[in-house]
Design a protein around this ligand. Structure first.
Ligand SMILES: O=C(O)[C@H](O)[C@@H](O)[C@H](O)[C@H](O)COP(=O)(O)O
Length: 226
């Protein structure tokens, strides 16, 4: 009997976020031909992705891209592109366009240039957060974190070598997140909630999520204790 993966069902917060994302995309598309939706990876977005895929939106007018990506092939188990193709680009969302961040390149410079070359500022950016206070791939202690948090940079993306997490990353910069049309942050669990409260109370590079949200005063936060 093949193992059937059981994914957590969407809780009330996830369903509320799903409704908010759907309504926001609908509103955006009322005023323009296409919308760019940037989503984060990790494990917690899976219930949201699976709920969004069941939303009867004009997905053919939506381009899905990534807030950040691990620099691994798209069939690698840690690939965010693989995560999105598996859980979001199904059901109604099959007709959405997908724009990956990681494309095979000979050098790091070519890699980031290629990603920037096809990049569009998202109309809606969905962020997650780690218990270390990172968001996107803006990790505390990363050598390129100061550049990633530079509020004045025109760069939309940068390379990050996380001090502890696996894989080199491509990530949106804080400034590009702030240039997004709208920003939603979704977190789950008391530990993350405590970190977020700390980060909001005392913005510092030690808690990159706080520095990012300081640039997005209209960001909406969806937090559940479960
Ligand atoms: O590529 C990634 O890992 C994500 O973009 C990252 O920023 C994620 O949002 C946090 O690490 C939370 O991940 P979980 O949802 O798995 O806790």
């Amino acid at each position: 009997m093949p193992q059937t993966h059981r994914f957590p069902s969407a809780d009330a917060t996830t369903l509320a976020l799903c409704e908010r994302v759907s309504a926001t995309l609908t509103a955006i598309l009322a005023g323009q031909d296409r919308a760019v939706l940037a989503v984060s990876g990790g494990r917690s977005p899976i219930p949201l992705f699976r709920a969004l895929a069941q939303q009867d939106l004009p997905w053919h007018r939506i381009t899905v891209t990534l807030v950040d990506e691990r620099c691994v092939p798209s069939d690698h188990r840690d690939s965010n592109a693989r995560l999105v193709r598996t859980h979001l680009l199904t059901g109604y969302a099959t007709s959405a366009a997908f724009r990956p961040l990681w494309l095979q390149a000979a050098t790091a410079e070519a890699l980031i240039a290629s990603a920037i070359g096809q990049w569009q500022t998202p109309d809606l950016t969905l962020l997650g957060m780690g218990e270390d206070g990172h968001t996107a791939s803006l990790f505390p202690g990363a050598a390129t974190l100061p550049a990633g948090l530079d509020a004045d940079t025109a760069a939309p993306l940068l390379l990050v070598d996380p001090p502890a997490a696996p894989h080199r990353r491509i990530s949106m910069t804080a400034a590009e997140i702030a240039r997004s049309g709208q920003v939603f942050l979704s977190i789950a669990g008391a530990a993350k909630q405590a970190v977020l409260e700390q980060a909001l109370a005392s913005p510092s590079p030690h808690w990159p999520v706080g520095a990012v949200l300081a640039g997005c005063p209209a960001a909406e936060i969806f937090s559940s204790l479960t």
